[in-house]
Design a protein around this ligand. Structure first.
Ligand code: BGC
Length: 534
């Protein structure tokens, strides 16, 4: 008998397919050009038909949107551009009725400079208890005119801004995102309250933004990369914080996924110990070039680093921070690198699409849970944003060198022949959609069995209904150079051909799905993947 997929049980997170909604760009219900919760609610049936188990919403809270909502002014209020708390509650319960769980995004490292705490800290002045919630320091130099230390920002530039009374405050990201002081008990209490607030409203999980950054060395020392111990990445104190979060989540059956980007496998796995986070994003897979040997090593390393702590791996090909998969895989050098992200780097969309289709079958066949970013199921390429419309602070803070992340955040095309491709009832979308996006629209793709959307729908349906996918073992099969072939339980086989010549498929396999047609001799062409059952 087929095993019950764990997506239906308390362990759903061990093999869930989770869809990332960037609310600003998913669907616009009120026609103001910005996506919103009303828009999401009308499209929940689309997500149910796609076959996802959960939706992760990037921040939807009150925010000046300086960094796309990762600058939170109030966690208990939905930004009016997106809707109201009441609508969020309705959305959570309507999604649950369709079998879809909701995951929210919490940003512990920093708040918006408009947050009440930061406004109070500015008003209260040096030495006040209000300032202790942040990292305020006097400057260096004769008149305090130099920043308190030499830390570079995660977004180019300095990490310190001076306020009129002469003190400086720390911000690892933009000046509008002051870092919280996690050594302060009120900061911990507040976040635990925020978690309860949302778990009590029925959310099933929480994505933790920049999860390895919030704790800082108490002296905020200068450091030389590669020489000194890092003063803010991966500090030991974080584990105590996440253990208390886990105890709280367990009261509600809630789960965590951490945004933990650490090169050291052993340090990474510490976050996934049984009393800490349930899962963490596996960015090494996303960052890996389209190369069989390197992908195989990345998959092996990922599984090996998760095994000792018993946590399932997560697989992700793209998100709101990186160049879209089709564009990345269409480049001769597919390595993830913010520098090669510059527009004008030649990309071959047909090649990128073929590889993205094959990568989808590879990803969905691996053991663990998988994240899809809105528009990935439509095969959207990275859009080129005219300079005058760019919004991402990353672009501005790099002095215009980095194109920023807007190209992967463009509003979705739903209806080929409607204004703004049906993104909303009217109104110019907040980011311009390319002129040739009608072909990616959901209605066009729904009608075509060979579309990216049809591939994702079929693949997700099979992943749910056929035993052997999701959590569990995998083993590599012998394969030609440049070919990845592995088995999963119940006779499932996945073969991906990354070589530049056709590959033989195992004899006697029943074809469940392929990312493209086989050749006349029944062989698997380059950049194509299949699922078989032995
Ligand atoms: C989010 C980014 C955001 C940054 C600062 C990240 O890792 O995914 O979109 O800009 O954290 O909050």
């Amino acid at each position: 008998m087929a095993a019950v997929p764990s997506s239906r049980t308390a362990d759903w997170w061990r093999d869930a397919a989770i869809y990332q909604v960037y609310p600003r760009s998913f669907a616009d219900g009120d026609g103001d050009g910005t996506g919103d919760l009303a828009g999401v609610r009308t499209r929940l049936p689309y997500l149910a038909e796609l076959g996802v188990d959960a939706v992760w919403f990037t921040p939807w809270y009150l925010s000046p949107l300086v960094d796309g909502g990762y600058d939170v002014a109030d966690y208990r209020t939905i930004d009016p551009a997106f809707g109201t708390l009441e609508e969020a509650e309705k959305l959570i319960s309507e999604a649950a009725d369709l079998g879809i769980r909701v995951i929210i995004d919490i940003v512990p490292n920093h708040v918006s400079d408009q947050h009440a705490w930061f406004q109070a800290a500015l008003a209260a002045g040096p030495g006040s208890p209000e300032r202790e919630l942040f990292h305020f320091r006097p400057g260096r130099g004769e008149h305090g005119e130099l920043p308190p230390n030499d830390w570079p920002s995660q977004f180019a530039g300095t990490t310190w801004t001076r306020v009129p009374d002469g003190e400086w405050y720390l911000h690892l990201f933009t000046p509008e995102q002051p870092d919280l002081n996690w050594a302060h008990p009120a900061v911990r209490r507040e976040h635990e309250d925020v978690l309860r607030f949302w778990f009590e409203r029925g959310v099933a999980g929480v994505r933790i933004d920049s999860a390895a950054l919030p704790a800082k060395h108490p002296q905020l020392p200068d450091f030389v990369e590669g020489v000194d111990p890092h003063p803010y990445i991966d500090q030991d104190e974080l584990h105590d914080i996440y253990r208390s979060w886990r105890a709280l989540a367990d009261e509600y059956g809630g789960v965590f996924v951490g945004e933990v980007w650490l090169p050291d496998a052993e340090r990474f796995a510490r976050y996934l110990r049984p009393d800490e986070l349930h899962t963490a994003f596996n960015f090494n897979f996303l960052a890996c070039p389209w190369d069989a040997g390197r992908l195989r090593r990345t998959i092996d390393d990922t599984l090996a680093e998760h095994a000792p702590v018993g946590a399932p791996a997560t697989w992700v090909l793209c998100n709101h921070d990186v160049t879209r998969t089709v564009t990345r895989y269409g480049r001769a050098d597919t390595a993830f690198d913010f520098a090669t992200k510059a527009f004008g780097t030649p990309t071959d969309p047909a090649l990128g699409t073929r590889r993205a289709r094959a990568a989808a079958l590879l990803t969905l066949a691996l053991p663990g849970s998988v994240y899809l970013y809105q528009g990935e199921e439509l095969g959207l390429p990275e859009a080129e944003i005219p300079l005058t419309r760019i919004q991402d602070p990353m672009h501005f803070r790099s002095g215009g060198i980095d194109p920023g992340r807007d190209g992967c955040r463009v509003p979705l095309p739903w209806t080929a022949d409607a204004p703004a491709y049906g993104f909303g009832p009217a109104g110019e979308p907040w980011l311009p959609q390319p002129d040739d996006w009608a072909r990616y629209a959901v209605d066009r793709q729904s009608a075509r069995p060979d579309s990216m959307l049809s591939l994702y729908r079929t693949a997700l349906r099979l992943r749910r209904s056929v035993a052997g996918f999701g959590d569990g073992p995998m083993s590599w099969l012998p394969a030609a150079d440049g070919v990845l072939a592995f088995t999963r339980p119940h006779g499932l086989i996945c073969v991906v051909n990354l070589a530049d010549r056709p590959a033989e498929l195992p004899a006697h396999g029943q074809l469940l799905l392929s990312s493209g047609p086989l050749d006349a001799d029944g062989r698997l062409p380059s950049d194509t993947a299949v699922w078989l059952r032995a």
